[in-house]
Design a protein. Structure first.
Length: 81
């Protein structure tokens, strides 16, 4: 079909440690929790403007340990101007 492009899924892994803070790397990796969804919804959830655990409001899917995802969000600094 002319004019139709397939969208590639871009995967990223974010890891948070006590000594290095949050770091990310490209590619798919085994994880304790995976959060997927539209970029806009992920941004709003990560900036605490939408609830992480309300899939109908955010269209975000959490696979794995949802409590870990919420803990990660609750204990990650968020700076606003």
């Amino acid at each position: 079909m002319a004019g139709h492009r397939r969208r590639r899924r871009r995967r990223r892994m974010v890891r948070r440690t006590a000594t290095r803070g949050a770091t990310w790397q490209r590619g798919a990796h085994r994880a304790d929790v995976t959060i997927t969804g539209p970029a806009g919804s992920l941004l709003l959830a990560m900036t605490r403007r939408l609830p992480l655990t309300d899939p109908e409001a955010t269209r975000i899917n959490i696979d794995g340990d949802a409590d870990l995802a919420q803990h990660w969000l609750d204990n990650t600094a968020h700076v606003t101007n």
